[in-house]
Design a protein around this ligand. Structure first.
Ligand SMILES: Nc1ncnc2c1ncn2[C@@H]1O[C@H](COP(=O)(O)OP(=O)(O)OP(=O)(O)O)[C@@H](O)[C@H]1O
Ligand SMILES: [Mg+2]
Length: 741
């Protein structure tokens, strides 16, 4: 046994050394689940002599994979982990598909479409089917298709399912969209998960080979796997059955993406002989932080009871920041960062600022900039989603995959070559007539009877492509990209424009060039364009961080999963923001788990902030403090001046006297009860407004949220969760309830 196992507590060590057969670790935040995976891999390699190539480790982000690899290398004190399969489901499966996808009718050089590309293809499909965005929004269709894919329902099956009119229309789009993806030789993100399943089912020999390769499978954040991921893991692990999963049901926050918490609950059913370990000691956070997190998550009904105790001292109380608007909220956050830096000597990198929705980041970002606090923002418009980057990447993608019409259409007239939509439509027709690809039609345009002007423009385009293609055969990614810049003069144009925006875009293109150089330097063996593109396609918003930099991290709560920071600010603690508009109990519980995730990222100190007024939907809205704040044990929460907080805030009092309007009155989707109303008007229509999820106020019990509504008329009863008084069922007729929002 090697020394490093001493860095683990007894249960962790048992989980690490129980290497054979199915094992699950079910444990709360910060209890060392990720650490156990890391050590287990090191143990398999060092102490059990397993070849790294036979180990498959699946993490939630590429960054987590990188860190894990780095730690394993450190534990083994050599490069002996090379060959290890480690990455996200998406990246590992993309790698597998590069080897085998020809067996199910794609070329190995397939493109990976991001969600914008896929939306554009769905829009095209809808157009062709004569379905307008007004009758059925493209976003809705995209989400229906994605859900179907994640549940592993193929178009044919989806079409034969009974469904309402919209479902049926979506089913048609799904079918055409699938066909178009294939024509483009492209996969969307969901395909990266389901194509392997298709492959495994159709080609048992391939599955057998992979089962043999992956003798040990380890999965982090198992609570957030969806059905396709679950099935894939199960199939790959079926032979050796050395499948090791770690997770925390209280941190399941991706059900909107199809994650299925029952995967964790079913593990024991699937593997009757499995071992389960529970880790109860939290090494990350102070006692106070855990007390705060535990007091909140206790309000969820659906959870596996787990114990979590801190092995650290109580530490500092939670500080609640109250601001009059979102700008002051940001200012206060910046002020606390500045003063804590001076007082406690934290680096900027010791601070993280979280928000529930991306829209909140703009003001926070402004404030950081104005206060000269270095920051980095994750998850808004990610680097790779910027127009100039997408344009350059589209060129690269097209060079690799000539059938990628999405990319082709993006670049054919960029920079402008006077090739308009009408010409493109004609070219498409010509391609169909010739039974050729669109690019072949372009190359043969001279024979197609098109105007000479157009033929010339197309020739100038294809000559750029052909030159770059040739260069990509022997040149590095860096060479290809610099040649692209010079042939198209895109950066030069931006520089010449000389506006703040164009210069920022110029800088981004230069950044892409440095990345290409970096990539070529770090991957001398595989510096192919295809690999570079794969890295780009699979980079997620939260992967953009660089270790050495010293900056404050700004990110959504979703992006914070698995991470830890000494000081955490959770902003926008307001009703209808965090928790976000929720009407269903399930959704509220998911919001609460999100809040739990946010709090448990903190090691030393949590700040919660909220604004009494916030600009939303184009106008300032009055806000109520989040019910989640009240759920935290009041004894450990202090105001900025160090006082205990009272159960209700000043604005809640204001609203109960009928002077303030709540943001909640203006809902995004117009409904009979929407529009700005005063609480007084609202209470007149009170009986109509009683619905699960509505916030109400009771003279005696104070604020609460309706969980269930039973009956109607004079017999109507409602079950309400009061913030301080707990759950009560009341008769509407007598309860004198006022609907707050
Ligand atoms: N036995 C231990 N001794 C010292 N430190 C530990 C031990 N176990 C875990 N830690 C530290 O505690 C912190 C939390 O561990 P880790 O990130 O593995 O927890 P986790 O269960 O994966 O958390 P999350 O649920 O948030 O993903 C890390 O900094 C880790 O290094
Ligand atoms: Mg973890």
């Amino acid at each position: 046994m090697t020394d490093f196992l001493r860095d683990l507590n007894d249960v962790q060590r048992s989980a690490v050394t129980a290497t054979e057969g199915p094992v699950m670790v079910l444990a709360g935040a910060g209890s060392g689940k990720t650490r156990v995976i890391t050590y287990r891999i090191a143990h398999l390699i060092r102490n059990n002599g397993v070849t790294p190539y036979n180990i498959l480790a699946l993490t939630f982000t590429n960054k987590a994979a990188g860190e894990m690899r780095h730690r394993i290398d450190k534990l083994l004190q050599s490069g002996s982990a090379s060959g290890l399969w480690i990455g996200t489901f998406h990246s590992v499966f993309a790698r597998l598909l590069r080897s085998y996808i020809h067996l199910i009718g794609y070329d190995r050089n397939f493109s990976i479409f991001d969600s914008d590309d896929s939306k554009s293809l769905i829009r095209q499909s809808m157009n062709e089917l004569g379905i307008t965005n007004d009758s059925l929004p493209v976003n809705a269709v995209q989400s229906i298709i994605s859900k179907a894919k994640n549940s592993f329902i193929l178009p044919s099956e989806f079409q034969s399912r009974p469904g309402d009119y919209n479902q049926q229309k979506a089913a048609k789009v799904y079918e055409l969209y699938t066909r178009k993806l294939r024509e483009n030789n492209a996969l969307d993100f969901d395909d990266l998960l389901i194509k392997p399943l298709e492959l495994f089912r159709a080609h048992e020999a391939v599955l057998g080979e992979l089962q043999e390769t992956f003798r040990y499978i380890l999965i982090d954040e198992y609570q957030d796997t969806n059905r396709a991921q679950y099935l894939a893991a199960k199939m790959l692990g079926a032979k050796h059955r050395n499948i090791f999963v770690v997770g925390d049901d209280a941190q399941s926050i991706y059900s909107w993406r199809g994650a299925d918490i029952s995967n964790i609950l079913n593990f024991q059913d699937d593997y009757q002989d499995s071992l389960t370990f529970k880790l109860v000691e939290n090494y990350r956070s102070t006692g106070t932080i855990l007390q705060a997190a535990n007091s909140v998550i206790r309000n969820n009904h659906r959870q596996i009871k787990k114990e979590l105790i801190s092995n650290r001292s109580a530490g500092e109380p939670v500080t609640l920041i109250e601001a009059y608007n979102e700008r002051q909220e940001g200012e206060k956050v910046a002020e606390h960062i500045r003063s804590m830096r001076q007082k406690d000597g934290h680096d900027y990198s010791g601070f993280a600022v979280f928000y529930r929705t991306n829209a909140q980041s703009r003001v926070l970002e402004d404030v950081m900039r104005q206060n000269r606090i270095p920051y980095r923002i994750f998850g808004s418009v990610s680097f790779y989603k910027r127009k100039e980057i997408k344009d350059a990447v589209a060129y690269l993608r097209f060079i690799v995959n000539e059938r990628d019409n999405e990319s082709l259409l993006r670049i054919i007239n960029f920079p402008p070559r006077k090739i308009g939509d009408v010409s493109i439509a004609k070219l498409k027709e010509y391609a169909v007539l010739q039974d050729s690809s669109l690019y072949d039609a372009i190359r043969n345009a001279a024979e197609g009877g098109f105007q000479q002007r157009l033929v010339n423009a197309l020739e100038s385009f294809s000559s750029v492509i052909e030159k770059l293609k040739e260069l990509s055969e022997y040149g590095s990614v860096y060479d290809v990209l610099s040649e692209l810049y010079s042939l198209t003069a895109i950066p030069a144009q931006l520089q010449a424009e000389n506006t703040a925006e164009s210069l920022a875009r110029y800088d981004n293109l230069q950044e892409l060039l440095s990345m290409a150089r970096d990539f070529s330097d770090h991957n001398p063996d595989s510096s192919s364009l295809g690999d570079f593109l794969e890295n780009i396609s699979l980079a997620s918003d939260y992967d953009e961080t660089r270790e050495s930099d010293n900056y404050v991290s700004l990110m959504t709560v979703h992006a914070s999963k698995g991470l830890e920071f000494p000081v955490v600010f959770i902003t926008g603690m307001e009703e209808r923001l965090f928790p976000l508009n929720t009407y269903e109990q399930d959704e509220l519980e998911e919001e609460r788990r999100l809040f739990y995730v946010a709090m448990t990222r903190a090691q030393e100190k949590i700040f919660l902030s909220w604004a009494r007024s916030r600009y939303q939907y184009g106008q300032p809205q009055q806000c109520l403090r989040s019910m989640f704040v009240t759920e935290i044990d009041a004894s450990i929460v202090r105001t900025e001046s160090g006082e205990l907080i009272s159960g209700r805030s000043s604005s809640e009092r204001a609203s109960s006297s009928g002077t303030a309007t709540s943001r909640g009155f203006q809902s995004k989707a117009p409904s009979p009860q929407s529009g700005i109303q005063t609480p007084r008007q609202e209470s007149k229509s009170a009986s109509k407004g009683f619905r699960a999820g509505a916030m109400v106020h009771h003279a005696l019990f104070g604020p609460g949220m309706i969980l269930e509504v039973h009956g109607s008329g004079s017999g109507q009863k409602v079950k309400i969760r009061f913030r301080t008084a707990g759950d009560k069922t009341l008769m509407v007729q007598y309860a004198n309830l006022r609907i707050v929002s």
